[in-house]
Design a protein around this ligand. Structure first.
Ligand SMILES: [Zn+2]
Length: 512
């Protein structure tokens, strides 16, 4: 497999803060695991655009900034709820299981797949419809309804029209960089999300075509019937020694072989040759697309006119040659297995609360350095009495925004499980020379994160002193909570020994 030419989406333009917060929190969470955390220790973070999980500057007055936090839902959560309600009215056909596709001698079976659920995938589906063909769309359930992506309503309309919706993890996770449990949560939660919305997700594709035996097992254990890889079928770009097609009875359905993804340098001839390369023996050719230009015009996207030309050519082959176009689900068949929940997260337990364990990236494991707005934030680790590691944050050039150390916003490896409706007492030790407040985020049932509330300002102190704030009851559907101490001005903040307890259960938890 060629690692350079794999599924690697990038947002096309800056996203509004709410989505940027959610997406970038995911991205940051993942990059930490991949030992590529944004390094801000030495050079600092210069503000100017939303970077990572932040409280929106425009909302500071009503959500914090010196007044007690107001327990209203973030706009991103409210918008998501409205979109989900609209989508709930659309019924999609349920797949009830089928035999694997019958093999016909010399037949070439083509599957047209789209990864990531970019907004242009909708245009891709329309072009396929015009050619009388159906495709497989591997979507990330965590970004459906986010700007630049398919809406849930669109995905359901596509499924209703006969296209297949498959899974691609909640947040486009690079699975091999995650602990096994977290990788399983990414795959299983995504499938649960899709099934919960009425889809019949039986097909999965590995983000970044990044997989190994343990990920294949996770895809299977989460209930999928197949999982697609990339770059294991030859073309002029990669893998000259590979075969010309996958088998209709794949050796390993959890590592489906496919040519490298279609990119902007593919010509009509390249697309045609991917199909004709199967030759007189036939076989299964799985083509992988991302966005459609002019909606998306990155290196991994294809021109709309080229895609239309190719699909028309392909549709013609189905009448003149021994070629058929089928979804991955139609080829693989198999049952529509029940959904499976990923490994449970620990209840009310902040991971690495004392910051003592450093991760591969050199910052405390399970923590992120977050900053947004116009300011320069420099993080470092300092040692307290007895050699305990503490986090130090210095903010300068402050105009707006904040900076803070925050637990990684993941699906349970770092972020603790909590109970909706419960209030949590949040604790940390700190010293500060400028305004500091608790800032709280929650995860919803689909695995997306939302900024929620902030405390009032805490007293400034040159000595390390304890801080505590009790949140309002967590909103309906909340499954996790993370919090940090945010610095909102020029100055210095040192923190250590975070903790939280569930006030409804009156039990001290999560102490170091
Ligand atoms: Zn992808």
């Amino acid at each position: 497999m060629d690692l350079e030419r794999v599924d690697a989406p990038q947002p096309k333009r800056p996203l509004p803060w709410a989505t940027a917060t959610m997406l970038l929190a995911f991205v940051l969470a993942l990059t930490v695991w991949a030992s590529q955390a944004i390094s801000v220790a030495a050079q600092g973070v210069t503000g100017g655009s939303a970077t990572v999980a932040g409280t929106p500057a425009g909302w500071k007055g009503s959500w914090g900034g010196g007044t007690e936090g107001v327990p209203v839902e973030a706009p991103s959560a409210v918008a998501a709820k409205a979109a989900r309600e609209k989508a709930a009215g659309i019924k999609v056909p349920v797949y009830r299981g089928a035999e694997p596709m019958t093999q016909v001698e010399g037949q070439t079976v083509v599957s047209i797949t789209f990864d990531d659920g970019w907004a242009g995938a909708r245009r891709g589906a329309e072009i396929l419809d015009a050619a009388g063909l159906k495709g497989t769309f591997y979507v990330n359930s965590g970004t459906l309804d986010a700007p630049g992506y398919l809406s849930l309503v669109q995905a359901k309309e596509m499924a209703k029209a006969g296209h297949e919706i498959g899974g691609h993890t909640v947040s486009h996770a690079r699975l091999s960089g995650l602990p096994a449990d977290e990788a399983a949560r990414q795959i299983c939660q995504d499938r649960e999300n899709l099934a919960g919305w009425g889809f019949s997700p039986t097909s999965f594709a590995y983000p970044f075509a990044d997989t190994n035996a343990s990920m294949e097992k996770a895809a299977k254990d989460c209930g999928y019937n197949s999982a697609r890889n990339l770059g294991d079928v030859q073309n002029r770009f990669v893998c000259g020694n590979c075969g010309n097609a996958e088998s209709l009875r794949p050796e390993n359905p959890y590592e489906l072989k496919a040519p490298s993804q279609v990119e902007s340098d593919w010509t009509l001839k390249d697309l045609q040759e991917a199909v004709t390369a199967a030759g007189p023996d036939g076989g299964w050719v799985i083509l992988t697309f991302h966005g459609i230009c002019p909606l998306e015009c990155k290196i991994i996207d294809v021109e709309e006119s080229l895609f239309a030309e190719f699909t028309q050519w392909l549709a013609e082959r189905t009448t003149t040659d021994n070629v058929v176009v089928r979804t991955v689900q139609q080829v693989i068949g198999g049952p529509n297995r029940p959904t499976v929940s990923g490994p449970a997260a620990k209840l009310n337990t902040i991971a690495n609360p004392g910051l003592q364990k450093l991760g591969d990236s050199g910052i405390p494991a399970c923590w992120n350095r977050a900053a947004y707005g116009s300011n320069t934030a420099a993080f470092s680790q300092v040692k307290g009495a007895g050699g305990n590691i503490r986090s130090k944050l210095v903010v300068s050039d402050y105009q707006d925004g904040d900076a803070k150390l925050l637990p990684v916003q993941d699906l349970g490896e770092c972020a603790p499980a909590v109970k909706a409706g419960h209030s949590y007492s949040l604790r940390a030790w700190y010293s500060a020379t400028a305004d500091v407040q608790f800032a709280v985020y929650y995860r919803d049932g689909t695995g997306s994160w939302h900024y929620w509330a902030s405390s009032g300002y805490l007293p400034r102190s040159s000595d390390l002193i304890p801080a505590a704030w009790t949140t309002p009851p967590l909103p309906e559907g909340a499954t996790s909570l993370v919090f940090g101490l945010a610095l909102l001005g020029n100055g210095e903040l040192v923190t250590d020994d975070y903790g939280m307890y569930d006030t409804n259960e009156a039990q001290l938890l999560a102490v170091d």
